[in-house]
Design a protein around this ligand. Structure first.
Ligand code: AMP
Length: 117
């Protein structure tokens, strides 16, 4: 499934066109709290550039892929998670991806089972 920038909900959050609880911003990334949190801390870190998934981001802007992880670590620190948190990229509808703008889930603040469901 593909989504264009014009109808992409995360592009609209990045542009400030729809509300979100933004917790961190950099030149290349924006982080905001998930609207349907699955843990006490559930933050999405997205690239400002519209790409469908993590692999595309690594292809077109490899530095931003690294920036996502750095931003997630900063938010984890700000939320008091220390070094105990999970980072997830769902890729493809079959793996649970519902928004086709690359996003890194940061989850923490509770015990996290492994393997995930
Ligand atoms: P995924 O299922 O991996 O594509 O993750 C998409 C995530 O985006 C889900 O966890 C949704 O709860 C979250 N989400 C969808 N719309 C919004 C929104 N407007 N603000 C914040 N989070 C959202």
């Amino acid at each position: 499934m593909s989504t264009t920038e014009a109808d992409c909900i995360f592009c609209r959050i990045v542009a400030g066109e729809i509300p979100a609880t933004v917790v961190h911003r950099t030149a290349t990334t924006v982080a905001f709290r998930d609207a349907n949190p699955q843990a006490p801390t559930h933050v999405l870190v997205v690239p400002r550039t519209h790409v469908a998934n993590a692999a595309e981001l690594a292809d077109v802007e490899p530095g931003t892929m690294s920036d996502l992880v750095t931003a997630a670590a900063a938010v984890a620190h700000e939320d008091g998670l220390g070094s105990d948190y999970r980072l997830v990229f769902n890729t493809g509808a079959g793996a649970g991806q519902t928004v086709f703008h690359a996003h890194l889930h940061l989850l923490g603040g509770r015990s996290l089972a492994w393997p995930p469901g």
